[in-house]
Ligand binder design. Structure first.
Ligand code: ATP
Ligand code: MG
Length: 257
């Protein structure tokens, strides 16, 4: 039975999508079966994995409004063992179309739970908002990874996110767990990066991954080639950091023999 992990932080540009793409590719490289669901209308995870989003017929949008079975929306990627359900700008409209549904927060859970048997991990890349689609992702998820950028105001908005997670646990998804806080875009030469690292570790202690994602230009170049870093430049620090993260997650989940 696979584990569903959402990547969430309503702060923009903190590394959610970079983490979704590269963690998914790393887990697949470690021979896990992985599905990445792009739940952001910006569709960066889809284009970053080389999907031409203008040509995809069935996306998470069609799945959420009941026009397509999720199994029929899965595209293959260049990474063996990694499938993708793309997104589309229309997903913005799904929030409105879903407003009148009775169990509007649980639509994603209902449609993706049947896929859990087919995958070891299902990752959901969320948009920088705490709107209905993100609430759906957190209601469907077993756990959440919270990327935190090593920058000024890193912890801004985290209490709001944690409060949302608390409410979702109370009302919609009691077992929802925090998989971990992930420090991203770390630059060891900068005092600021080290200060953020210390502060986040002091606040959240063992909930912070040991693996830290360094700032690495390969990670920002790879999406324009439609590739995860591990296929674009496997020796790059970024690719190696995400492989280490995948290994840490497998160990934490007792999946390494
Ligand atoms: N470790 C890194 N090193 C260098 N650049 C990075 C790193 N992580 C992310 N970036 C770059 O930072 C920008 C923001 O990253 P990303 O798109 O992953 O954030 P996001 O949280 O998904 O953003 P949004 O909130 O808009 O969805 C992108 O241009 C990405 O290429
Ligand atoms: Mg993103």
């Amino acid at each position: 039975m696979g584990k569903i992990i959402a990547l969430a932080n309503q702060k923009g540009g903190v590394g959610k999508t970079t983490t979704a793409i590269n963690l998914a590719a790393s887990l697949a490289t470690l021979e896990k079966k992985v599905l990445l669901i792009d739940a952001d209308p910006q569709a960066n995870a889809s284009s970053g994995l080389g999907v031409d989003i203008r040509k995809v017929e069935n996306t998470i949008y069609e799945c959420l409004i009941g026009k397509c079975e999720p199994r029929n929306a899965i595209c293959s990627t260049d990474v063996e063992g990694l499938g993708l359900i793309s997104s589309h700008i229309d997903l913005v409209g799904a929030e409105i179309e879903m407003l009148n549904l009775e169990r509007r927060e649980s639509v994603m859970r209902e449609i993706i739970t049947p896929l859990k048997d087919d995958y070891d991990f299902i990752l959901i890349d969320c948009s920088p908002s705490l709107g209905l689609i993100t609430v759906n992702a957190l209601t469907a998820a077993d756990s959440v990874i919270i990327p935190v950028q090593c920058e000024y105001f890193a912890l801004e908005g985290i209490s709001k996110l944690l409060n949302t997670i608390k409410l979702i646990k109370q009302k919609l998804n009691p077992p929802l767990d925090i998989e971990g806080f992930l420090l991203t875009m770390f630059d060891s030469r900068l005092r600021l990066s080290n200060q953020v690292l210390d502060e986040v570790r002091r606040h959240f202690q063992e909930l912070v991954f040991n693996t830290v994602i360094q700032r690495n230009v390969r990670l920002s170049e790879a999406p324009s080639h439609g590739l995860p870093a591990i296929l674009y430049d496997a020796d790059s620090r970024g690719a190696q950091n995400y492989l280490a993260l995948a290994q840490e997650i497998l160990t934490r989940n007792g999946l390494v023999s």
